[in-house]
Design a protein around this ligand. Structure first.
Ligand code: NAI
Length: 302
């Protein structure tokens, strides 16, 4: 995989300045991981609270590294100073690569990416962290679809090694190479994948989550399902996984991917995840999902 990644990264341009749009679970993690590897980051959101949470999480991670003796205070301060949280578009035009990590909704992403691409220099890689939407659909209405790729990180970003680099029909070799080189520079394991709903990992994961919803609607206790899958050897069961992902994102992902394969997948008839969205139990990020949490982003009480 590493050898293939090196081949795909050939001809990629180095990234010194990155822009991250959306400072939620994923955007905050991408900004932090990028700064940790010595790049300057502009992190933009429309919600001041999201920016505060994103910066707070970066600070918490850095403090932990300092306390554990794995990083000096000076370095930790420099990493934090490399992230500039902003509500406006200041200096976004200087970015070598920009990533959007806003809600999983095609029209919102179109608006964000069109505004962003209007500011970027031609040839600047514009990446989407979408979990399930086709990159071709995302890129189609944009002025420079050749600059657009998918950069699908996994949650939590600082921990998960895999990054899917999604090559759309219009993506240029240079954009794929720069995105792959950037993911490698973050210490990740990039794989270049074809553009299809769910790409590789979520295409495999979605039928599993649908089967989980079916089990729950047939009366299974989600906590016992989690315990069984964890005893089977998986790091976390499906209910806890959806709490970590966020119920709103999880629900969009099921709808989009199952609609992409109507002959092979069908959305769950009774969808426990959508029911939790209606109850505003969005998972770990809101302090309650399948499980209750001590605080937003905290540990589950189970
Ligand atoms: P989130 O709900 O935690 O964060 C989304 C952020 O986008 C919010 O802070 C919101 O204020 C901001 N936002 C909304 N509209 C905006 C705009 N016009 N301009 C700037 N910021 C805006 O969502 P999360 O989980 O971080 O997901 C973001 C993207 O990453 C989605 O496309 C999702 O499918 C994808 N993803 C999510 C994963 C997960 O486990 N949660 C894993 C991999 C990808």
């Amino acid at each position: 995989v590493k050898k293939l990644a090196r081949r795909h990264a050939q001809g990629g341009r180095p990234v010194a300045r990155a822009a991250v749009i959306g400072a939620g679970i994923m955007g905050g993690g991408i900004a932090y991981t990028t700064a940790l590897r010595g790049m300057a980051v502009r992190m933009k959101d429309i919600a001041p609270a999201a920016l505060e949470l994103g910066m707070g999480e970066a600070r918490r991670q850095l403090d932990k590294q300092v306390q554990q003796g794995r990083m000096g205070r000076e370095k930790a301060d420099a990493v934090l100073a490399a992230i500039r949280a902003q509500l406006d578009d200041a200096d976004l035009q200087e970015s070598d690569l920009a990533i959007e990590a806003v809600v999983e909704n095609l029209s919102v992403k179109h608006k964000v990416l069109a505004d962003l691409q209007a500011k970027l220099r031609p040839g600047t890689v514009l990446a989407s962290n979408t979990s399930s939407l086709r990159i071709d659909h995302i890129a189609a209405p944009l002025p420079r679809p050749a600059d657009v790729v998918g950069l699908h990180f996994f949650n939590p970003v600082p921990v998960m090694p895999l990054v899917e680099v999604v090559r759309g029909k219009a993506s240029s070799d240079a954009a794929v190479a720069t995105a792959t080189a950037y993911a490698s520079a973050l210490g990740k394991t990039p794989i270049v994948v074809k553009d299809c709903p769910g790409f590789l990992v979520n295409r495999i994961l979605t039928p599993y989550i649908i089967a989980f919803c079916d089990l729950v609607s047939e009366g299974a206790d989600y906590e016992r399902v989690d315990r069984a899958l964890e005893a089977f050897g998986w790091p976390m069961g499906p209910a806890y996984l959806e709490d970590v992902v966020g119920m709103d994102t999880g629900s969009h992902v099921i709808d989009i991917i199952s609609a992409g394969y109507p002959q092979r997948m069908r959305p769950p008839e009774r969808n426990a995840i959508r029911a939790l969205v209606r109850e505003k139990r969005l998972g770990q990020k809101s302090g309650a999902g399948f499980y209750d949490y001590d605080s937003a982003g905290g540990k589950p009480r189970r």
